[in-house]
Design a protein around this ligand. Structure first.
Ligand code: PXP
Length: 260
């Protein structure tokens, strides 16, 4: 299993004060030394965390492959082609969201996504699509020409957190909280089945399979059971733990949990 460490949240902390502290390049250096297999960053249109200069510096100094998440916005795609990351992961973006809330709408934005994939391929940049775990989305990803899919694990992670609510402060409504544990267990099983069957199908039709969003030290073992998933991209939980244990230990522990 490849561990992609998403260091966006180090830049979130820095942007809170707009001083170069913590330095994203220190985070890069620590991640490269601590067992990460890949660096993942998201250059958002609103530049709320990673700035263009961060992306350039990370590309310049990373000793690990860089997986650059981005939207299908043309200005962003132009920057991506200049940066030439090892892979671009296309994600949906909304200004008002706290974080990426779901997979790409492959059917609603089919032409735009097809264009983005072709454009990136012209610059020899492999493309992964961040999708909801459904067979239709996997089929469409293949048809659109992606090499890889990253399955959105947010639904799984949210239900897992609800079932183990003392472990997490995820945002869920009172109504959801009132669902019986039985109902939550059924929903959790379904979310895992969705990810598993989608991952198997993706591999079967020749796509590489990653997963990410909301994965943490408590829930990641469920993803480790799915042999077709060969990469996990994890940010929030690693950076959150690093506040208490340091980034080196936080990454090493996640690497230990995600080693097969
Ligand atoms: N993968 C993708 C495509 C994402 O957009 C994100 C969030 O930036 C992650 C993985 C990491 O999610 P988290 O920060 O919840 O671990």
């Amino acid at each position: 299993m490849k561990l992609g460490v998403n260091i966006d949240h180090v830049a979130v902390l820095r942007e809170a004060r707009r001083v170069n502290d913590p330095d994203i390049l220190n985070a890069l250096w620590v991640a490269c030394q601590s067992g990460a297999d890949q660096i993942t960053i998201h250059l958002r249109e609103d530049r709320r965390h990673i700035q263009d200069v961060d992306a350039y510096n990370i590309m310049k100094h990373s000793t690990l492959p860089v997986n650059l998440e981005c939207s299908i916005n043309r200005d962003i795609l132009n920057i991506v082609t200049e940066l030439k990351p090892h892979r671009a992961t296309l994600v949906p973006e909304k200004r008002e969201e706290v974080t990426t809330e779901g997979g790409l709408d492959l059917f609603g934005y089919e032409d735009e996504i097809a264009y983005a994939i072709e454009f990136l391929h012209d610059y020899i940049i492999p493309v992964s699509l961040f999708i909801d775990p459904t067979i239709e989305a996997v089929e469409k990803s293949k048809e659109l020409g992606a090499e890889m899919v990253e399955l959105h694990t947010g639904t799984f992670a949210n239900i897992f957190a609800m079932l183990n609510s003392s472990l997490s402060h995820s945002n869920h409504s009172i109504k959801e909280l009132e669902l019986s544990r039985n109902e939550l267990s059924i929903r959790l099983e379904k979310s895992i089945t969705d990810i598993t069957t989608t991952a198997k199908h993706a591999k079967k039709i020749g796509l590489e399979v990653a997963a990410g969003h909301g994965l943490n030290y408590h829930n990641v073992y469920e993803m480790m059971k799915i042999a077709e998933i060969t990469e996990l991209n994890i940010g929030q939980s690693i950076v959150a733990r690093s506040v208490f244990s340091g980034l080196t230990d936080a990454i090493k522990e996640m690497k230990r949990l995600t080693s097969r």
